[in-house]
Design a protein around this ligand. Structure first.
Ligand SMILES: Cc1cc2nc3c(=O)[nH]c(=O)nc-3n(C[C@H](O)[C@H](O)[C@H](O)COP(=O)(O)O)c2cc1C
Length: 371
């Protein structure tokens, strides 16, 4: 067998990819009014269409799932129409795009919720930290309202509806955001889940919500078009588990029962290991999972090719490198220098730091936005 590298095509479930260079989901807080994607978002994603796969930013499945200003949704018709512009632009540019479905759980705030309600979570345990609103003001996380058992069925339906809407919007598949301390992760890890019903306590119970949603959204998409992102090593957003290797090994093994497109493991993020965590090597999970494994977190060209060559993963996703380098595959192929990323414009409004990173072969499209 030929040793695979980033440019070896890959059949990811039902989706053929021309290369293994995946753009990881990246929240950029640039949706329009009503959290509707705009033509600016369409241009940003189409600039990055040479990725083997784009995973579009975390997108709330309901108004309750929101945690940040100007993040897109996938629950209204206007949002579906907004996303249609994005998927059309990416497909016209020759790319493939999944949508990442999201609910932040306790990491929301009454000021972000309709009628000022409390955010919901598995248990009444607040995270430390704060939300930042559109006006820049910061507000400490509140103690969330624990979900009634009966309400969980509605949450599963919200994800199912999000999956249906993503299909209507022309995506090629979806990824569930079960990483980084958001709602799924809050159920999985035992420091944020103290429930005593069917959704808490044993490992089996803590994984139930994620597995039930997985089944529901595969019911919409069929085989090979649903992926899941986990972050077993993440300690950001106060995440901790009494035995993370056991917890995540169980989850990964359970995922073998579903015809997923991929399992993405975020190994380290920009912020998590600073918060006292230790890295759980992906090599622990690789033999447990029989599907397509995507790794993420701090990869560059060399490290990515090394992990593919030693069969440590099938795909590699890149976050920050894709923010700053729309033509990342071309730069990798040519060994060109990479643009440095500007953190100060990660979450700001407008075209600056969004669609104006230089490409090796300049195009004129960004000029329409004054970039
Ligand atoms: C600005 C920014 C926004 C992010 N937004 C998301 C997101 O919406 N969903 C997600 O799963 N991860 C998100 N992440 C994490 C990235 O997808 C990725 O896991 C992380 O940056 C590590 O990969 P990298 O080292 O290649 O950047 C974000 C990271 C950054 C820097």
């Amino acid at each position: 067998m030929v040793t695979p590298d980033l440019f070896t095509p890959f059949q990811m479930g039902a989706v053929p990819l021309p290369n293994r260079i995946v753009m990881a989901a990246l929240t950029r807080c640039r949706a329009g009014a009503g959290n509707v994607p705009t033509s600016l978002n369409a241009l940003y994603y189409s600039q990055r269409a040479s990725a083997g796969l784009i995973i579009a930013e975390a997108t709330q499945v309901s108004p309750q799932g929101v945690g940040y200003p100007r993040t897109p949704g996938i629950y209204s018709d206007a949002q579906v129409a907004g996303w249609q512009q994005v998927t059309t632009a990416v497909h016209q540019a020759g790319g493939r795009i999944f949508l990442q479905l999201w609910h932040v759980g306790r990491l929301s705030h009454p000021l972000l919720q309709e009628q000022g309600q409390l955010p919901v979570a598995p248990s009444a345990i607040a995270a430390t930290g704060h939300v930042t609103l559109a006006d820049g003001s910061q507000h400490p996380y509140v103690t969330p309202r624990p979900l009634e058992t009966e309400e969980i069925a509605q949450l599963i339906l919200d994800f199912r509806k999000g999956a249906e809407n993503a299909r209507r919007a022309g995506f090629d598949g979806i990824e569930l955001h079960a990483a980084f301390g958001y709602l799924f992760d809050q159920f999985l890890q035992d420091n944020s889940n103290h429930r005593t019903d069917l959704y808490g306590g044993s490992l089996e119970n803590r994984a139930r919500f994620l597995l039930e949603v997985t089944e529901a959204v595969i019911g919409v998409w069929g085989a090979g078009r649903v992926g899941i992102k986990l972050s077993p090593s993440n300690t950001y957003h106060n995440m901790a588990d009494s035995d993370p290797i056991r917890t995540f090994s169980y989850v990964v093994e359970q995922l073998n029962h579903f015809p997923l497109s991929h399992l993405q493991i975020m190994e380290t993020g920009e912020s998590d290991l600073r918060h006292g965590g230790t890295l759980i090597p992906t090599a622990i999970f690789r033999p447990l999972y029989r599907g397509n494994l995507m790794v993420n977190g701090g990869y560059d060209y060399e490290k990515a090719n090394q992990v593919l060559a030693r069969q440590g993963a099938d795909l590699v996703s890149f976050g920050r490198l894709f923010i700053a380098n729309p033509d990342l595959p071309q730069r990798f192929a040519q060994g060109s220098q990479l643009n440095p990323v500007d953190r100060s414009t990660y979450y700001t409004e407008g075209p600056k730091g969004y669609i104006d990173y230089p490409t090796l072969n300049p195009t004129k499209a960004a000029a329409a936005f004054g970039a």
